[in-house]
Ligand binder design. Structure first.
Ligand code: SF4
Length: 268
């Protein structure tokens, strides 16, 4: 019964978080894109304790958070795709000024890959190379991710790669809460269109969005979570592997996580 109660609490927290960040249509609300756009950066919904916890900000009561689970997928269904086409969604991202990051970018980076894939990778945000090229994961960390995808037995065009925010944060800093709130409705719409079976979250920022009870990557990685019926596999960001190039244990852990994804997708 305790596990059931934890699962219900987790789903309720996830639903409240999605409402706060403008993706409430996942649970039956209409999209709030227009409201978010007119509100401008820095305004918008109140920053609740749940949101602080989800984004790993100080002040969170982490002791009360249950373990992210390996429980069964929730029965909740994905929202409808509300754009006329995926191309229209990408075009909206490229001209978006919904948050302050739009002022700093060279190119917005919607994402790339298969729109019918069962496997999606979500990182934190574009870096310098990505900003210049308008493509996700093309720098050194991106090359490593693409090697991992290949090692998993997929071609790059058989998966979809994107980020939590679509414009580069200055100096590659983590995106601020209001930037995540402004941008993630695009991500949710990408998911609603693609409907992947597994979403691999790369690092703490995307993991916190998909699994609000996430506490640390060390605790969370390697175990499937649930995002409205879709499986979520958290693992380390490839840039963390690049920064710790000699750490074979980190690479082993990431590969172990990917093997679980391959097994779930019947690729192993
Ligand atoms: Fe728009 Fe997202 Fe870019 Fe902010 S980061 S300007 S919300 S596309």
């Amino acid at each position: 019964m305790a596990k059931r109660a934890d699962l219900i609490a987790d789903i309720e927290a996830q639903a409240a978080f999605l409402e706060e960040c403008g993706a409430g249509f996942l649970i039956g609300e209409r999209p709030r894109f227009a409201a978010a756009a007119s509100a401008g950066p820095g305004s918008g919904p109140p920053r609740s304790e749940r949101l602080r916890r989800a984004l790993g900000q100080p002040g969170s009561d982490r002791s009360a958070a249950p373990e992210p689970g390996n429980g069964p997928p929730s029965a909740a269904v994905l929202p409808p795709f509300t754009y006329a086409s995926f191309t229209e969604l990408e075009a909206a991202v490229r001209v978006c000024t919904r948050c302050a990051l739009g002022r700093f970018r060279t190119n917005a980076v919607p994402g790339e890959g298969s729109l019918t894939t069962g496997l999606m990778f979500v990182g934190e945000g574009p870096g310098r190379d990505e900003d210049l090229q308008g493509r996700p994961f093309v720098g050194r960390a991106g090359q490593l991710l693409r090697k991992i995808i290949s090692a998993m037995g997929f071609r790059e065009d058989e998966v979809y790669i994107t980020n939590i925010v679509k414009c580069r944060p200055p100096e590659n800093r983590p995106p601020h809460r209001e930037e995540v709130e402004a941008c993630t409705p695009y991500l949710v719409q990408q998911i609603a269109h693609i409907k992947p079976r597994v979403i691999v979250t790369l690092g703490a920022t995307p993991t916190s969005f998909f699994l609000p009870m996430h506490r640390s990557m060390t605790d969370t990685r390697g175990r499937f979570g649930d995002f409205f019926g879709l499986r979520v596999m958290p693992t380390f960001h490839p840039s963390y592997l690049v920064r710790n190039e000699g750490n074979r244990e980190l690479k082993r852990m990431v590969w172990e996580d990917m093997q679980k994804v391959m097994a779930f997708l019947g690729r192993k």
